[in-house]
Design a protein around this ligand. Structure first.
Ligand code: ZN
Length: 283
């Protein structure tokens, strides 16, 4: 498994520990998705995985799960069992009859169980998934969903340049040129948001003084592939996180809502993408 980085470097992955958004490399570094262009021989694609065990073929993981299960004396080895056990006591009565004589033995019984499950409404920490699942089904992994890697935005930028007048595309700098090697923008703002694309058009930006989005565009599905410091997140809309205090219920509530003037921006952008896709089909 090799990483092709955005700077062109190629790194070999140390596959001992596999994550969904970062990699240990055999030369002892940690690389995040945000630095990766695409992945060669991504073992996560076809490999099975269990959260407590390892990745491998279905048979390998199933065998590893069986071995792990055999080792665990659930829940006696569990911290929650020893420190936070639930003790329920009750009575059990046993009756035996011999002729006219009945013997009744009453026993007090204690039922001790791990408190992890009732406390967290999930399985005990020592539970192991019985069925191996594909890595990409267990973890939300960008490169499992997009094995081709991050899309090349240059054809779309070129399309914007070729149809600059129609879409209001202008050079970012007054004395700049409308060409691939230059920074481009839209001749108006979307509310307070400014659209721009960099000189090499690696990705697009939409920002105002408070928010900034850097993204690739999945032109086939009309989705944004947002870049943050760790990696990529695929979203349908550009949203902003909000948190409000409700004085009536005395509770905080938080939610995501589209950024201001999102519709204005989206209408403009998806028109370009639609036209771009239609033109691709013609050729
Ligand atoms: Zn337990």
């Amino acid at each position: 498994m090799k990483l092709v980085l955005r700077n062109g470097e190629i790194k070999e992955v140390d596959t001992k520990h596999i994550f969904n958004n970062q990699y240990n490399t055999t030369d002892g570094h940690r690389v995040y998705d945000s630095e990766v262009q695409y992945i060669i021989d991504d073992i996560r694609l076809g490999e099975f995985y269990c959260s407590s065990v390892k990745q491998g073929t279905y048979e390998e993981v199933a065998k590893a799960i069986a071995e792990e299960r055999a080792k665990i004396n659930k829940c006696n080895e569990c911290w929650w069992f020893h420190k936070r056990t639930l003790v329920k006591d009750g009575c059990s009565t046993e009756r035996t009859r011999e002729g006219n004589r009945e013997t009744v033995i009453e026993k007090r019984v204690y039922d001790i169980s791990c408190s992890y499950t009732p406390r967290y409404q999930v399985k005990c920490v020592h539970d192991i998934d019985e069925t191996p699942k594909l890595f990409r089904e267990v973890l939300d992994c960008f490169f499992c969903k997009y094995p081709q890697g991050i899309p090349d935005m240059r054809p779309l930028k070129q399309f914007m340049i070729d149809n600059a007048e129609k879409y209001g595309i202008v050079p970012y700098w007054g004395d700049g040129k409308l060409e691939m090697g230059h920074r481009l923008t839209h001749n108006k703002l979307f509310g307070s948001y400014k659209f721009e694309t960099g000189p090499c058009s690696d990705y697009f930006d939409l920002s105002n003084t408070r928010n900034s989005f850097s993204f690739y565009i999945d032109v086939a599905n009309k989705r944004f592939i947002l870049i943050d410091s760790m990696g990529y997140e695929v979203v349908d809309k550009l949203t902003q996180h909000r948190c409000e205090y409700d004085y009536n219920t005395k509770q905080h509530k938080s939610y995501d809502e589209p950024i201001k003037n999102y519709d204005k921006f989206a209408t403009w952008l998806w028109q370009i993408v639609d036209d771009f896709n239609a033109q691709k089909e013609e050729n």
